[in-house]
Design a protein around this ligand. Structure first.
Ligand code: MG
Length: 225
């Protein structure tokens, strides 16, 4: 059986201009009275949106979290346009390649579901993904693969196993979450971690960019046969 593919978004498929994202988060924090936090130097790579806002707001209650989330999504929708987003080389070709093979292709991202949709719709990538797991309900990225897997089995009706999932991301957290579920971890060095750093965190494979993905997949499929 052909594997299913789960892609992270930020650092893997695309990059939202640093300044746009940080300015937006800073503005929201200030609106809620958190004037003393400077988000410019903080590291959000691999964290879920839920985790990021919970940490910044020092464990907000449910009401406050909900308000902040709604405001963030509104602001993102209002302010984000295609020119603020860079889609990495090889992304369109890799997704074309998977579509030609009718492979199940989904998302595994710490983004809130609506944030993921806003970013992908702005770049014309949204319709490439048929299922996914998002950061709305989970603090911990390791909780995402079981969710995505359940979605996949429900939509496809096929007897996938966790080892049939290929999880593609740009941080050690992506690698760890793939491993925690017994899935294949493919790391791509387009985000904030270098090829060497990703090799050190025991990914099954490391790619310099998704330009290498179709060829990698051909080799991988041959090794499974
Ligand atoms: Mg990422």
């Amino acid at each position: 059986m052909q594997p299913a593919y789960l892609f992270d978004i930020d650092g893997t498929l695309l990059k939202v201009r640093h300044k746009v994202n940080r300015t937006l988060i800073q503005r929201i924090l200030e609106r809620f009275g958190f004037n003393h936090i400077d988000v410019a130097g903080l590291d959000f790579a691999g964290k879920t949106d839920r985790d990021i806002f919970s940490e910044l707001l020092k464990q907000p209650d449910v009401d406050m979290f909900h308000q902040v989330k709604q405001l963030y999504l509104q602001e993102l929708e209002r302010n984000l346009s295609a020119r603020d987003i860079h889609v990495y080389n090889g992304v369109h070709d890799s997704l074309d390649y998977l579509r030609e093979r009718a492979a199940w292709t989904g998302l595994l991202t710490g983004n809130f579901a609506r944030a993921a949709k806003i970013k992908l719709a702005a770049t014309g990538l949204l319709e490439r993904f048929r299922f996914g797991a998002f950061g709305d309900d989970h603090h911990d990225r390791n909780e995402l693969p079981p969710s995505a897997f359940e979605e996949l089995v429900r939509h496809s009706g096929e007897p996938f196993r966790p080892s049939d999932l290929i999880i593609i991301g740009d941080t050690p957290r992506d690698v760890e979450c793939a491993r925690s579920f017994g899935s294949v971890a493919v790391a791509v060095a387009t985000g904030s971690y270098s090829y060497e750093e990703l090799t050190d965190c025991r990914a099954d494979s490391v790619l310099h960019s998704l330009e290498e993905f179709p060829e990698w997949n051909e080799r991988y499929m041959a090794s499974r046969a």
